[in-house]
Design a binder for this molecule. Structure first.
Ligand code: 5GP
Length: 191
């Protein structure tokens, strides 16, 4: 997605530890017009999929998913929670996730009330690095008995192996920008 790539080149910052910082438009301050174009592009790529729910993970996935949902007929957005909360009652789907950016393990949780066998789920997230967050979300979709439409990612870091491993396992992964390198502070794209 050209608009997104240009924005990454303009405002993204590569850190020495393989993290691409995009907090001026995606991870902290959010550019809503850009998120709207991202939502449209996800819709174009998943055209024809009978999506009934979008599943994402807090925090950065929520804004992306909420705006994308408007291009999928306002389907509900469910976000996996990273911390236990008194608001979360009843039976839960859970999965262990290793955080790429924080270097810790945590458990993600989704109430069983909100995803079930009648759903067709589109999973969305901001970044794909080693694939840990997506793997956790996919485990939850599997356990729910829902059909998986696929995964939509805003920025995939193609120099880490998450995307490759997920695609090899048969999961449809659509990434709007695939970064092939951020070494020396210079961002380059795969295509
Ligand atoms: P994974 O689980 O695929 O290893 O990492 C994906 C998760 O880690 C995403 O949900 C995202 O929040 C975070 N993440 C991984 N790499 C980056 C990065 O380079 N920049 C930012 N901003 N977040 C990242």
């Amino acid at each position: 997605m050209e608009l997104l790539k240009q924005r990454i080149l303009q405002d993204g910052h590569a850190t020495e530890d393989d993290v691409l910082k995009v907090d001026s438009f995606l991870n902290h301050q959010m550019d809503i017009a850009l998120l709207n174009e991202i939502g449209k592009e996800f819709r174009r790529r998943f055209e024809g999929e009978p999506v009934t729910k979008i599943l994402t993970i807090e925090a950065s996935g929520i804004g992306i998913a909420a705006i994308a949902a408007q291009h999928f007929g306002n389907v509900p957005v469910v976000f996996a929670k990273k911390t236990k909360s008194r608001n979360l009652d009843g039976a839960l789907y859970t999965a262990q996730v290793k955080s790429f950016t924080k270097g810790i393990d945590y458990e993600i949780q989704v109430s069983q009330k909100f995803i079930g066998p009648d759903d067709c789920v589109l999973v969305l997230d901001d970044f794909l690095a080693k694939g840990q967050a997506l793997k956790g979300l996919l485990k939850i979709v599997r356990e729910s008995g829902a059909k998986l439409a696929g995964c939509g990612i805003v920025i995939e870091k193609g120099f880490q192996d998450g995307g490759k491993l997920l695609r090899e396992s048969g999961v449809r992964v659509e990434s709007l920008a695939i970064v092939s390198s951020i070494s020396g502070g210079k961002v380059t794209f795969a295509e």
